[in-house]
Design a protein around this ligand. Structure first.
Ligand code: GAL
Length: 689
């Protein structure tokens, strides 16, 4: 069943920590939330010691009072299970619960997420607290749902405690059966790594040059993902033993976790924590960085897990820990803009993080809606404005689906393998960012889709074009799905390093791009990394005079050889490529009713634009709206009625002018718009057109 949030209207809420504040403030806090149009609070996720002050003694009084008060103020409550922060009594009594770094350092009490997923006693105690909470609260009238733990794999996503080592051996025995098969899968013949007893087998450890066996490292990430999923499952089952009425979700999108499988196997829908200001701190190739707008890529991944989802934490102030992460204060209008960014991408429930900035602890600089002084500020006013707008728009919009005809493909095996592999991980990140930026600037709404073992060609058929930049690991089964998709009329685009590894990370003894060589009509006759003191060679477009180029080919070049009479060379390496000047760099190949495109380089935004022009990837609303590049266009559409909501989001700090060719209504202001309309910085329009 599709794992989508089902809501009759879009709602707003806020993360609240009643335990951080004197009880005398609660009433006023909840009253003001309600006045601002907030309807849901999330509480409890770090408060284990309050629920279970000593082992086996459970007290619910404090949260009972909060829940009752919330109900009186018309607020629904999402309860978090508090397992991201084990109590001191627990880790003191059961130190085997603590996580350990790869170097063997034990993480201590004093922050959060210092536990491991595999210690049997921790799993039991977590299942118990989750079950006790569900037994106590399942019929509370304020309850709307459950959040399991908090951000699985945030802060740390590797685990080397003795319990993990033991569980890894069990996992490997299950996967491989025999040591012979394990040795084969891990290529243990290389550098004498052959194992002759299971007790010799470990998770990756410190090694000279920090270069572990890559096949072992890939399995380690699969194991961590499975461990996190099993840990979450215990809690989901403990909750559902008492409560089958309310939703169960979890929040966050972090490394070494197959969030698709997690969601499919036990959640009602997936939730995401959206902090767009992080993206303003990241490097971004090119001189027109997408900044906070780039966060839409993460929302697009979330949408692939749950087409309609919850943003459990929406940034509502400048972010910063006492020791790191220093983000600028959101400018007037940006909180509203980011809320609509989430909603435009498919969020039907958005909770701000957090009601008031903490006055103690690691996050005294991670600001909430209210400041320490608790007097009205501009962030309160901005949230209240969104509250009023959503009260008007929410019912019509809920359930409408993000519309995209183009998708960027990704998959977990390549993501995890690419963390270690310097020949594809960084290229993948560059190419995805380049395509995302190009499609954003062109106003071509795009999805990000994970190719999974269960993905069928028919699932991909709704996209006219797929971009799968560097699927280094490409199985025959996955290739068969892609071929079927293209045969049925689809278009697929690959970059360099496609198709030379199997799912264990072994390099396959056949010409690149391996299982899609026939689909692409090319092989790779030679390749090179571009060294730090070399210029990236350029490519010269051979067709479509609209693309004069030259375009940089990126930090890696596959030199293509045409193998099919039907293949057409669209671009070649230019003279600056030296010995491979004139060789094919971009080749189009028809396949059934569709085509495959192979680019020998790593994508930059200009190359993506040139190819997108060639493929006629243009705004689906080009006949109705002319939108400047700084403004995002997103479309949500009701599946049954076809009602369409067109979001125009101005991320720029300057006014931007859109041209509306046919009269449209702005659903936020109620104004009818025609002709030119200038959007002030960070302005949002939601058009019916
Ligand atoms: C999230 C987390 C919150 C809070 C916030 C700001 O990752 O779930 O608990 O820490 O970041 O740092």
């Amino acid at each position: 069943m599709e794992k989508a949030l089902r809501a009759s209207r879009v709602r707003l809420g806020v993360c609240y920590y009643p335990e951080h504040w004197p009880e005398s403030l609660w009433e006023d806090d909840l009253r003001r939330m309600h006045e601002m149009g907030l309807e849901v609070i999330r509480i409890g996720e770090f408060a284990w010691s309050l629920f279970e002050p000593e082992e086996g003694r459970f007290t619910f009084d404090l949260f009972d009072r909060v829940m009752d008060l919330a109900h009186r103020h018309g607020l629904g409550v999402i309860l978090g299970t508090p397992t991201a922060t084990p109590p001191a009594w627990l880790t003191h009594r059961y130190p085997e619960v603590l996580n350990v770094s790869q170097a063997g350092v034990v993480y201590r009490h004093g922050q959060r997420r210092h536990y491991n997923y595999n210690a049997p006693v921790y799993r039991d105690l977590c299942a118990r607290i989750a079950g006790r909470m569900a037994a106590h609260y399942h019929d509370h009238p304020a309850l709307v749902g459950w959040q399991i733990d908090n951000e699985l794999n945030c802060e740390v996503n590797v685990f080397y405690a003795p319990a993990d080592q033991a569980a890894f051996r069990v996992w490997l025995k299950d996967r491989y059966g025999t040591l012979e098969r394990l040795n084969e899968a891990w290529g243990a013949v290389f550098w004498n790594q052959t194992y002759s007893d299971w007790e010799q087998v470990h998770l990756t450890g410190p090694t000279p040059s920090a270069a572990p066996n890559p096949h072992q490292a890939l399995d380690e990430k699969r194991f961590i993902s499975d461990s996190a999923i099993a840990f979450a499952r215990l809690q989901a089952e403990a909750i559902r033993a008492h409560d089958t009425t309310h939703f169960v979700t979890t929040n966050g999108l972090f490394g070494h976790l197959d969030s698709h499988r997690l969601t499919d196997e036990m959640l009602d829908f997936f939730s995401y924590d959206s902090y767009p200001q992080f993206a303003t701190l990241w490097p971004d190739g090119g001189d027109d960085p997408l900044l906070d707008r780039r966060w839409g890529a993460n929302l697009s991944v979330t949408r692939d897990i749950s087409p309609l989802f919850c943003v459990m934490e929406q940034q509502s102030g400048p972010g910063g820990w006492v020791n790191r992460i220093e983000q600028p204060t959101p400018r007037p209008g940006q909180l509203r803009l980011w809320t609509y960014q989430s909603i435009a991408h498919g969020a039907d429930l958005v909770l701000y993080f957090r009601w008031r900035t903490a006055t103690v602890g690691t996050e005294i600089y991670w600001h909430g809606i209210n400041d320490y002084h608790n007097r009205p500020n501009r962030r309160c006013a901005e949230v209240a404005q969104v509250g009023r707008e959503i009260a008007g728009l929410g019912a019509a919009l809920a359930g409408a689906r993000y519309r995209a005809d183009v998708a960027i493909l990704r998959d977990y095996a390549n993501e995890w393998d690419g963390e270690l592999d310097t020949w594809h991980g960084p290229y993948e990140r560059q190419s995805v960012a380049a395509w995302f930026k190009a499609l954003q600037h062109r106003h071509v709404p795009a999805d990000i889709v994970y190719l999974r073992p269960e993905t069928a060609a028919s699932d991909l058929g709704r996209y006219r074009c797929l971009i799968y930049p560097h699927p280094t690991i490409l199985t025959d089964d996955a290739a068969a799905v892609l071929k079927e998709y293209v045969r049925a009329g689809g278009t697929i685009v690959f970059g360099c390093r496609t198709g030379y590894k199997d799912d264990r990370g072994h390099c396959v003894m056949r010409p690149f791009p391996g299982p899609v060589a026939d689909l692409c009509g090319v092989t790779v006759e030679d390749f090179t990394r571009i060294g730090p003191h070399q210029q990236e060679p350029t490519i010269r477009w051979e067709v479509s005079p609209g693309h004069p180029g030259p375009f940089a080919s990126g930090p890696f070049n596959d030199i293509l050889r045409v193998e099919s009479a039907e293949a057409q060379v669209l671009a070649v390496y230019a003279e600056d490529a030296g010995y491979y000047a004139g060789k094919p760099a971009l080749v189009e190949h028809p396949w059934g009713g569709g085509s495959a495109y192979t680019f020998g380089g790593v994508f930059t935004a200009p190359v993506a634009h040139a190819l997108a022009d060639h493929l006629s990837l243009v705004s689906p609303l080009a006949d109705r709206l002319t939108v400047p590049p700084a403004v995002e266009l997103a479309v949500r559409e009701q599946p049954n009625s076809g009602d369409r909501f067109v979001f125009l989001l101005n991320y720029a700090d300057t006014p931007q002018t859109v041209r509306i060719h046919r009269e449209a209504t702005d659903l936020l202001s109620g104004e009818r718009l025609d002709g030119e309309r200038t959007l002030p910085p960070y302005e949002v329009l939601v058009l019916r057109c």
